[in-house]
Every structure is written in structure tokens, then in C-alpha cells.
Ligand binder design. Structure first.
Ligand SMILES: Nc1ncnc2c1ncn2[C@@H]1O[C@H](COP(=O)(O)OP(=O)(O)OP(=O)(O)O)[C@@H](O)[C@H]1O
Length: 251
């Protein structure tokens, strides 16, 4: 489980995150949705220990990520935006390298990679150099790499951006499978349809603040529209009229 409370982060004059709180449960997919520049990546980077928040608390499976970042990292798999693979290494070697960095011993690592290659249907390409991989193959390798240490929480930053329809579909299926396995999954997107297709819970942010949250049906009700695209637009409009922004937020 991932819990963040009152996150704030400033880069010089830019208030990237002003007030973000969220709770992502095990066995559920939580989508962090917002327009470009809303503060999604910054929030996920704070949660995944890449940067320190200026204020606020983050707990992953109860571990305080600011006080115990290394311990927290073991509990999380992270797929950053545009995560690259080493092109000359095979998929297996890419995954193994990450596994070794995470301190997994050689024997359990080999077994784990074999399991993931089977689970993610990677056998046909996992021993080829990554430089020839299709988008979908790259994605599976990056996903396997991010969960090689067997975390219970998975954070994905705009995982489908730049992917074609087939690769997007394959990734969605994989994410659903991981939910089935009990993973807590938190991912960001600026595309409402993307989030609607996958998420059990949606947190909408704009201008660094949470402007609405809830299950898709709760959001439809709160924003008075059946169309989730319209829900997104209305929630963002509320953020742009700050005096009414709090009224629309659902817990
Ligand atoms: N390292 C940084 N230095 C300066 N400004 C930054 C930095 N990182 C983010 N920002 C700024 O903070 C704001 C939020 O950025 P962030 O990347 O979190 O948004 P986002 O919601 O992920 O957007 P996108 O969908 O475009 O990726 C933006 O105005 C961005 O320019």
C-alpha cells in the first residue's frame, strides 16, 4: 500500500506540487491523472525516493520513504517515464543487472528471471540483444526489470506514452494480471480513457493539487457527467477557479 499526505515540492520559482495526498491500495489500480505539467511525475518521483519532498509524508507498506529510502525501494518496483534498456545487453542481462543491484543472489535471481520471462511471455526474445526489440518487448523487459526483486507495489510513470495500440493493450493486460496477484499499482497518465480503461481508483491533479478523487462512478456522480472525458475537463476547470476547487473534492 502507498500512502502520501500533504506532499509539496518546489523547483526554484516553480511550485511543482502544492498539496498532493493519495492512498493506493493492494490489489487495486490507482491512476494519477492530470494535464501536462500538473505535477504527476514530481509526485511519483517523491514517492519512489528519486527526490525528497519539501513537506509531507510518504509510506509504502508502512515504511517511511524519507527516513528509510533503501528499505522503501525494496518494497517498490518503479518504471520511470522513458526508462531505457542497455541496448547491447539481452533482456535477461538487463533484468539480471538490476537484480544484482538490488542485492539478489545469483541463484534466486536466475530462477526469478526465468519465472518472469515465462509469466510475461518473453521467452522468444529474452536472450536477444535489446537493441532490436519492438516497443512491446522493451516494455515487458522494463516491467520485468522493475519487479525482479519481487516488490508488492508498482509505480509506473506514463507507461503507455509512445506505444502503439497492441503494445498498449499488452501492457494493460500485464497490469491487470499484476492486480490479480495482489500488487498495489499506481500509475500516471494525462489521458482519461487510459485511466478509465484500467483504474479502480482515480486521483485527478491539476496545478500541483488534488482536485477530485474516487472510483470512476463516484467521479461521474460528483462531476455530474457520464462521460469521463467531461469529468476530467470539469475537474480541471475547478482547479482553475481556486475559490471552488475544494468543494468538488471527494474522499
Ligand atoms: N527538475 C525540475 N526543475 C524545474 N522544474 C521542474 C522540474 N521537474 C518538474 N518541474 C516543473 O514542475 C511542474 C510539474 O512537472 P511534472 O513533470 O511533475 O508534471 P507532469 O504532470 O508529470 O507533466 P507531464 O504530463 O507533462 O509529464 C512543471 O511546471 C515542470 O516544468
Amino acid at each position: 500500500m502507498i500512502e502520501a499526505n500533504g506532499l509539496q515540492k518546489r523547483f526554484g520559482d516553480v511550485e511543482a506540487v502544492r498539496d498532493v495526498s493519495l492512498r493506493a491500495e493492494d490489489g487495486r489500480i490507482t491512476g494519477l491523472l492530470g494535464p501536462n505539467g500538473a505535477g504527476k511525475s514530481t509526485s511519483l518521483r517523491m514517492i519512489s525516493t528519486a527526490i525528497r519532498p519539501d513537506a509531507g509524508q510518504i509510506r509504502v507498506d508502512g515504511i517511511n520513504v524519507v527516513d528509510a529510502p533503501q528499505q522503501a525501494r525494496l518494497a517498490m518496483g518503479v518504471m520511470p517515464h522513458n526508462a531505457g534498456l542497455y541496448p547491447r545487453l539481452s533482456g535477461r542481462e538487463n533484468i539480471r543487472y538490476f537484480g544484482r543491484l538490488n542485492g539478489i543472489d545469483r541463484e534466486s535471481l536466475d530462477a526469478r528471471i526465468e519465472h518472469l520471462a515465462e509469466r510475461l511471455d518473453m521467452k522468444a526474445f529474452v536472450d536477444r540483444p535489446a537493441k532490436g526489440y519492438s516497443q512491446g518487448q522493451k516494455l515487458k523487459t522494463a516491467l520485468a526489470r522493475s519487479i525482479v526483486h519481487n516488490p508488492r507495489n508498482l509505480i509506473l510513470d506514463e507507461p503507455t506514452s509512445g506505444l502503439d495500440v497492441m503494445a498498449t493493450r499488452a501492457l494493460r493486460d500485464l497490469i491487470r494480471d499484476l492486480r490479480q496477484d495482489g500488487f498495489c499499482i499506481l500509475f500516471s497518465s494525462h489521458v482519461m480513457q487510459e485511466v478509465a480503461a484500467l483504474c479502480d481508483q482515480i486521483v485527478i491533479i491539476a496545478h500541483g493539487q488534488v482536485v477530485a478523487r474516487g472510483e470512476p462512478d463516484q467521479l461521474r456522480q460528483a462531476m455530474g457527467s457520464e462521460d469521463l472525458e467531461e469529468v476530467f475537463v470539469r475537474a480541471i476547470a475547478k482547479a482553475e477557479a481556486p475559490q471552488t476547487a475544494d468543494a468538488g473534492e471527494q474522499s
